[in-house]
Design a protein around this ligand. Sequence first.
Ligand code: XBP
Ligand code: MG
Length: 250
Amino acid sequence: MLRALIWDVDGTVAETERDGHRIAFNQAFEQLGLTWRWDVVHYGELLKVTGGRERLLLDMLTRADAPAEAWQRDQLAGDLHRRKNLAYARLIDEGGIAARPGVLRLVDECRAAGVALAVATTTSRSNVEALFASLWGPGWQGIFTTVVCAEDAPVKKPHPQAYLLALQRLGVAAGEALALEDSPNGLVAARAAGLACGVTKSVYFAHASFDGAAWVRDDLDAPPAMTLAALQATLAGSIEPSRHSSTPAA
Ligand code: XBP
Ligand code: MG
């Protein structure tokens, strides 16, 4: 029986990477007088690393004008990351980023059926707060009762720490829950925690391979829509993955 649905945030709930974090990183560079800018393609390359701070440090390795000493790069990454998260919250506040198709519907279905809703993400808590308040209002914490973020699970995906902690806090076994992801790193993390995982591909991972996914599709509303009943059937293993796939899982 499906007792909990555990959501990834970035790329799964909304297209936050291209339209949110990337733009906010560029605003942070500008604030510090840096000429660095991350275009859509370069940001996609950096996404192989999870964690915004980690992404900054990776990028600095390729920049001649980045600080020479590791401690200086660390300090700069920390400063940029704080500014980026503030800029991201502002960006959400001002214009918002729409939920991906089917997200609001499926959340409503789970609430009506008493299926617990949880979050397991490598993003900072402030980013979840900003996005979820914009999508579900100030009462969002009454909807998502378990929220595991980077501050709770510092060992980031593809490590399963965030999912393992979410399961522990939910008090449900891995076999009673399902994860929803958009990226290969997220899928590996969910599977390593023993969870079945459905994938709705986000723009940056449209051509990635998702071996081990229960199903892979463009979004939750792509026909046939991924309903709660279909999720329950996924967990029961009673449907072929391809029946609910836009792209067959390998
Ligand atoms: C999300 C991330 C995060 C976000 C930015 O991965 O890797 O780093 O890009 O958030 P996932 P922070 O969707 O797999 O959880 O800057 O707070 O890290
Ligand atoms: Mg993601």
